[in-house]
Ligand binder design. Structure first.
Ligand SMILES: [Zn+2]
Length: 181
């Protein structure tokens, strides 16, 4: 615990952390943010420390989520470019419909991930894995092409899914804390 946390409660009816007022003797913990208003000094300091740690964690989780979102857009752009090149060099445009559909889906997922990172990245991971397997069955010779890239994408999506879940949990707690701040 490198930072010193000072707790000095001047008014016991006002939450030290979120400033909610009207706390009574029965409110051992603040009903809004859970601050141990009538707890021990140790409890209070560890509450403040936890909430700071949560902020730091969320900063790191945001970076992972940003990267996962970047991969969603990356897949969209690659498919879009392949689709457009394909369509302009072939007489059989229908062959490139899957690329264009994939581009649209991943573009949508990338935008959705800004608001709802967990379902968006999880959907992206699922679709991507299904696509790799499906293509591997149809064209077995493609399964090892760009295998490193495929693994990197899948690994980062997995990190993204895990961190999105943690981030949403953290945000739920923080939102509770900030309600009255
Ligand atoms: Zn409070």
């Amino acid at each position: 615990m490198p930072i010193k946390y000072e707790v000095e409660i001047t008014d016991i009816t006002v939450c030290f952390y979120c400033k909610k007022d009207g706390l009574t003797e029965n409110d051992q913990y603040c009903p809004d943010c859970g601050f141990p208003q009538r707890g021990s000094l140790q409890e209070q300091k560890s509450f403040l420390c936890d909430s700071d740690n949560r902020e730091i964690e969320m900063g790191q989780q945001k970076l992972t989520l940003g990267f996962a979102r970047y991969i969603l857009f990356f897949i969209a752009v690659v498919n879009l470019v392949f689709g457009i090149i394909g369509v302009s060099y072939t007489t059989n445009e229908i062959n490139y419909v899957p690329e264009l559909i994939t581009a649209v889906i991943f573009m949508f997922l990338g935008v959705w991930a800004v608001k709802k990172p967990f379902p968006a990245i999880l959907t992206g991971l699922t679709i991507y894995v299904v696509m790799v397997i499906f293509k591997g069955i149809l064209l077995p010779q493609t399964i090892f092409s760009g295998i490193i890239m495929k693994i990197i994408i899948i690994v980062f999506f997995c990190y993204g899914v895990a961190d999105a879940k943690r981030y949403e949990n953290n945000r739920r707690k923080t939102d509770g804390l900030k309600k009255n701040k």
